[in-house]
Design a protein. Sequence first.
Length: 366
Amino acid sequence: MLERFHVSDEDAIRINHNKMHSVTRQIFEKMGLSEEDAELSADVLIYADLNGVDTHGVSNMLRTYVRMYQTKNVNPRPNIKVVKESVSTAALDGDKGLGVHTAPFAMKMAIEKAKNTGVGIVTLNNAGHLGAAGFHAKLAVDADMVGVCMSGGGGFAMLPTFGAEPRFGTQPIAWAAPANKEAYFMFDAAMTQVAGNKIKLLERLETPLAPNWIANEDGSPIEDEKLLTKENFHEDGRMKDLHMLPLGGDRENGSHKGYGFAAIVDIMCSMLGGAQAGFLGGSGHYFAAYNIDSFSDTNLFKQNMDDFLRGLRETPPAPGHKRVLYPGLAEYESRLDRSKNGIPYHPEVIEWFESITSELEIKIDW
């Protein structure tokens, strides 16, 4: 992530990732999840924190999930149902469970199908937020496959190009592929100018948004930096009287491309599995696993990936830049640092943990 999204070294409180995982798991258990699903849900959030994706870790998402459980907007004990199935595909109903523990079920199903047929594709409707899409795509990498995860729905965040009313969520897309000596490839990005959770993160850090990241209520892009405060947000984290722009910002800079990809996400995540688009009341997730061995030799693929990624990494940098990164390299370096030195959290996040654990009678030992 850009440096503006990270808590400063002066303010950061570093917590061992295993200790944070333990506390997070216990909070999920207090919300009514089974031990297995609580463990898996904590895995998803700590994955994000270790990878430097602070927007989708415990800082932002856990309090949102707790609020959803406490208001009974999600089902802590879902019974996932197979709606339709073939040898290589399936459509699932998540029974209103959060995606952080229903989505891995769907991706693992896609992986099993790919082992037998070469490609496995699974849709998951009637399920909530899945955390970082990259976590689920990475499950395929662990099985020596190429993984894809997309998430569509919400419909109340992103404007279509030239639009004055939102029609999409942030529509994240994640692709992951294994390598041998290089860090695995991981592209995980929202189809908005900036991920929705990053906006809330900047409010906490008292850091302004860059120009053309968001739009006014009438759909006109805000062309100057804008500092948001708590008064700019609803209780559930949505912005008041402000909208998100598609990737590209405006038409002259290619927003039709972000808009088009956002539409594709709704088609593949929602409609393909039998649901309506997000702004029509639907939502859904999409998972695909490609068995490399069904296309070529897996070891050769990994060697070729090493050559490819190394070639990107060794590209001469442009003036003013130290180096070129490939998707997944910065996350790898973050994992090394944070696994050894702890995950840096904003003091406000630690205060929230102290408050919620006291309320839930959970003992914390940082």
